[in-house]
Design a protein around this ligand. Structure first.
Ligand code: URA
Length: 198
């Protein structure tokens, strides 16, 4: 039977399936439009996310908001979440065991939201959802259709903060995302005159 959002949130808030729960201040389940055709999946909460219980609210989140705006989308019209729902210590990459314990929650989010397009932000969601052998620098920007859902691997916004030269490729991916949503008749953003990520 399908879990409800209330049940899912309660289960995640009380979850102790992996050691990440010991260090958390808040679980970070996700936010945005729960009926959006577009879902964005990041790696896991950072410090600000752990403090607030909201995904992508720190520096990377602010850049993500700008990336969305560059293709005419507001954060509130997409659904944003992460592979793991608790902050890994020192923002390290979540370990395979932590990812596999948390994956059931992400699967339940897929069932509830039923996205048609999923943007994988960085290596962790791209490996977890598309291909464990994924090399993000080589395979970003390549669409994959899996069980009727389109997946696009792209750089994590934090990677663009460390290396601004990646913004050009990231902008290509955002344009491809907008084109895919338009092709599928799912684009609901506004037309904007931008030529990149600022
Ligand atoms: N990085 C992520 O992957 N997710 C967040 O929610 C914040 C930073």
């Amino acid at each position: 039977m399908q879990t409800s959002w209330t049940e899912l949130c309660r289960t995640v808030e009380n979850c102790h399936l992996c050691p990440l729960s010991a260090g958390r201040k808040h679980t970070v389940i996700g936010e945005g439009d729960p009926h959006s055709p577009l879902m964005l999946v990041g790696e896991g909460p950072g410090e600000q996310e752990d403090l607030t219980g909201r995904p992508f609210v720190g520096a990377a989140g602010q850049l993500l908001d700008k990336m969305l705006i560059s293709i005419g989308l507001e954060r509130s019209c997409v659904y944003i979440c992460n592979v793991v729902k608790c902050r890994p210590p020192q923002n390290r990459v979540p370990q395979p065991e932590e990812i596999s314990q948390c994956m059931n929650y992400l699967r339940q989010q897929f069932v509830l939201v039923r996205p048609k397009v999923i943007l994988c932000l960085g290596s962790t969601p791209s490996k977890a959802l598309i291909d464990p052998q994924m090399r993000i620098t080589r395979q970003r920007g390549q669409w994959i259709l899996k069980r009727g859902v389109w997946f696009l691997p792209t750089y994590h916004p934090a990677a663009l903060i460390y290396d601004a030269s990646k913004k050009r490729e990231s902008w290509e991916d955002l344009k491809a995302l907008k084109a895919k949503l338009t092709e599928l008749n799912l684009y609901t953003g506004r037309q904007v005159e931008t030529d990149g990520i600022r």
